[in-house]
Ligand binder design. Structure first.
Ligand SMILES: [Zn+2]
Length: 306
């Protein structure tokens, strides 16, 4: 088994299907939800542990098959629709499993590796489409707080008393866990088994955004101020792109030339969003030009002071 590929498959599955794995609940309080599951639906937590951590291919997992059925079950889909504010997101789902794994694996010498492996799932779903590399697993690292990470629903701390517990784990082989939790298999820059590019790919499956590192070159523009251009590369930003006469443009952040954006770099729905935004604001073009003029003047002032 290619463990990395399997991990990616599992992450995508969780991101796609977290809402089908646990039925919508009245409470979004993580601890109550956990206690309720532990009391009445322990098998589910057990199956989730197996889904995330076992050596078995995910397609053999009970829940994997169950989700397929639920997606075609009208009654279930209706329930989801009625409770759409209370459906479980991937982060919360993983937090529940983590809590379960910690409680149920006390005395199991693989417990730390299991937690490390679960942290890898958190690291992947924490990816944000911006220039920052996030290294946090379930618990937020100080480095990531500095990067203005959005703090999601709190992770349950490991407040479990050390007592002799029966080990309910259904995992009998540890190759997947050993591979994913092994530091030697992690990239040094993000402490993760996946590269930032691989995480980005997963992220973009679920978010219709321009990859933050999409570049454009400042070059002669057919319409606006083409006499001055700096030839430098800059990153595209959806909010700064506008539509005018069949083309998409963005102001170069280095020299304030207004540059044509290669429309192949924009998805259809992003193009639609931009056009819609422009249609709603009849002054958008004037505003861009004012902003440009203002920025050029500010730059001149700074240069004169020097
Ligand atoms: Zn430029």
């Amino acid at each position: 088994m290619d463990y990395k590929k399997e991990l990616i498959k599992r992450v995508i599955f969780i991101m796609e299907n977290s809402m089908y794995l646990i039925e919508p609940q009245n409470t979004l309080n993580l601890l109550n939800l956990y206690l309720e599951l532990e009391k009445n639906n322990k098998d589910l937590l057990q199956d989730l542990e197996v889904l995330l951590l076992s050596d078995d291919d995910i397609s053999n997992n009970n829940l994997y098959q169950e989700v397929k059925k639920r997606k075609n079950n009208e009654e279930y889909l209706l329930k989801l629709k009625e409770n759409k504010n209370n459906i479980i997101d991937p982060f919360t789902l993983l937090s529940l499993v983590r809590k379960y794994v910690i409680r149920e694996n006390i005395g199991n010498k693989e417990i730390l590796k299991k937690i490390d492996t679960l942290d890898e799932y958190f690291r992947i779903i924490r990816y944000k489409n911006n220039k920052y590399t996030y290294i946090s697993g379930a618990n937020l690292e100080p480095n990531d707080i500095k990067n203005h990470i959005e703090i999601k629903s709190g992770v349950i701390r490991n407040g479990v008393k050390k007592e002799d517990k029966i080990n309910y784990s259904k995992i009998y082989h540890y190759d997947f866990i050993n591979y994913i939790s092994n530091i030697d298999n992690h990239h040094k820059d993000n402490l993760s088994i996946l590269t930032e590019e691989e995480k980005q790919k997963i992220y973009l499956l679920f978010h219709d955004e321009i990859p933050w590192n999409t570049k454009e070159v400042c070059t002669k523009s057919n319409l606006f101020f083409s006499e001055n251009y700096c030839n430098q590369e800059f990153y595209l930003n959806e909010d700064d792109i506008f539509y005018y006469h069949d083309n998409y443009y963005m102001m170069c952040p280095n020299c304030y030339n207004i540059v044509i954006v290669d429309s192949n770099k924009l998805s259809n729905s992003i193009k639609q969003k931009i056009r819609k935004r422009n249609n709603q604001d009849s002054y958008y073009l004037r505003n861009v030009l004012y902003k440009r003029e203002y920025l050029i003047n500010e730059k001149k002032k700074i240069l004169m002071k020097k």
